[in-house]
Design a protein around this ligand. Structure first.
Ligand code: UT7
Length: 327
């Protein structure tokens, strides 16, 4: 990849107020706190109100970013919202966000790579800035998964939550953040994690067409462990760095047990992993920015740290990035 000219200059996040605990879920489906914590690590998740949608969460995450880093976004020239739960099929969440923020001269696109979305979005932002097409890009990972969750299905409703995180990426040739990346897609396995919209057949297989997320957890689990373990190696190799030189691993926060297994297989210390799943659950494209923000707020992530992000999920798509943290 050509030498990056893009630098991460600010971060912000937002989660809805309502908390749904494992005990609350016990009253809704045949499950229990012990099973959920043991199998996933999740204790609670946030749920958007009936009137709160992905663009609202995105807007509040950007306001948080502006306030904390004293940044203006009037001169942003591209907004990328990574999401699989847009408010509308059209207009995009990004266009909605542009209107809410009152930005006048910007492009706006949504990017759907499910739980790999944010890593893809950052990769695209780096490419646009490094190529000279853009100067200042907002990359938002935001989801209201509760709106497409079947709360009678115990295999999925215990997992998902709502939230948003945003990063600002700006032109800077002298202190770029981006080092290497690795992306992939295995659509042949798409039927293991889906939410129907117009079609109800995939790879010649009939799908449950109820408009809610359906997941074959065990298949996705096996695929993710293999794919992320190999992907981490590929990102590190392309970045000419050894895994033991990486300060923080920030995988998509799907399941704590799975992250432990990936770390064990990669011989990477679990203590150097950042995740957001304990209090927010699996928030798809929002998990990585939320985890980064937890790292910042807890004083773990420091300027100069090498960070390996890895997103994976519906598609089945995956994307990894090696960055130098610059905040
Ligand atoms: O974000 C996108 C990527 N997604 C992922 O990475 C998800 C990957 N998969 C997973 O995280 C895990 O597969 C799950 C957390 C979804 C499930 O954990 P598991 O250890 O793979 O459980 P399982 O599906 O193999 O089910 C084990 C048992 C089953 O009962 P039997 O057949 O053994 O009698 C399930 O019916 O647990 C049962 N079960 C539950 N029991 C209590 C499934 N869900 C629940 C539940 N409460 N909520």
């Amino acid at each position: 990849m050509s030498a990056s000219k893009a630098r991460i200059t600010a971060i912000g996040s937002y989660v809805p107020e309502r908390i749904l605990t494992n005990n609350d879920l016990e009253k809704m489906v045949d499950t229990n706190d012990e099973w959920i914590v043991k199998r996933t690590g999740i204790k609670e998740r946030r749920i958007a109100s009936d009137k709160e949608f992905t663009s609202d969460l995105s807007y509040k995450a950007v306001l948080n970013l502006m306030e904390r880093y004293d940044k203006t976004v009037d001169d942003v020239d591209l907004i990328i919202v990574c999401t699989m739960t847009p408010d509308y099929t059209t207009p995009s969440v990004a266009s909605n966000l542009q209107a809410k923020l009152g930005i006048k001269n910007t492009g706006a696109i949504d990017l759907n790579a499910a739980c790999a979305g944010f890593a893809y979005g950052l990769n695209v932002a780096n490419g646009m800035i490094t190529s000279g097409l853009n100067k200042k890009i907002l990359v938002v990972g935001a989801e209201t998964l509760s709106k497409i969750t079947d709360f009678t299905d115990r295999t999925t409703c215990i997992l998902f939550g709502d939230g948003a995180g945003a990063l600002l990426v700006e032109y800077d040739e002298n202190q770029p953040s981006f080092i290497s990346s690795h992306i992939g897609s295995e659509g042949e396995g798409g039927q293991h994690l889906y939410c129907t919209n117009l079609a109800t057949q995939m790879n010649n297989i009939d799908l449950l067409g109820n408009g809610c997320i359906v997941q074959n957890g065990r298949e996705v689990y096996k695929w993710a462990i293999k794919t992320v373990t190999n992907g981490m190696k590929a990102v590190a190799e392309k970045g000419r760095i050894n895994l033991d030189e990486i300060d923080w691993f920030v995988p998509h926060s799907a399941n704590l047990r799975m992250l432990e297994s990936i770390c064990e297989k990669s011989n990477f210390p679990m203590e150097q992993t950042l995740y957001s799943l304990i209090h927010y659950g699996n928030t798809s494209a929002a998990t990585i920015p939320l985890s980064l923000d937890i790292g910042v707020e807890e004083g773990k992530l420091k300027a100069g740290d090498y960070v390996l992000l890895y997103g994976f999920g519906g598609g089945l798509a995956h994307a990894g990035l090696l960055i130098k943290w610059t905040l």
